[in-house]
Design a protein around this ligand. Sequence first.
Ligand code: SF4
Length: 171
Amino acid sequence: MILILKNRILKGVVTRHIEPGLVRELNSTGLKLKALIRKKFGKSLHIRQVDTGSCSGCESEIISTNNPIYDLQRFGVNFVASPRHADALLVTGPLSKNMLVALKSAYESMPEPKFVITLGDCALDGGLFKGSYYIEGPIKDILPVVLHIPGCPPSPLTIIKALLDLLQKEK
Ligand code: SF4
């Protein structure tokens, strides 16, 4: 107990407040996204995420979009466990040879209409792993990708903004 108190006093506060500017930007982006999702889909947007060989950095940021700060669900975006329930496939990581069949199978299992998004530099062209014997190639050569979200990894706000950009462009 004394050790815990000592640690607490010596270390001070290790968390920080959320910047008000970030909250404002998040809320305004999220509300626009929510309105567009409602207009285009008439329901929530359901995303199935597939990791084809990531270092887990991209997944960490995707998970953060659903934490209590970003809370992406409140803007009508849900991550689902099965591609059969998904409108969009979100692919992360370099496309490793072992994941090629699973990725194609996930895409084929999705109901129409469906679309594919890649996230993170590795998903674009292999990123750090480009040229490796184990990498199949760019995901856009395998599936019809409509949006790439760049970054290594992209932040939660970047991800939310990219979704908004995509829906604003799509007729
Ligand atoms: S883009 Fe960066 S964070 Fe994402 S899987 Fe590749 S190395 Fe990891």
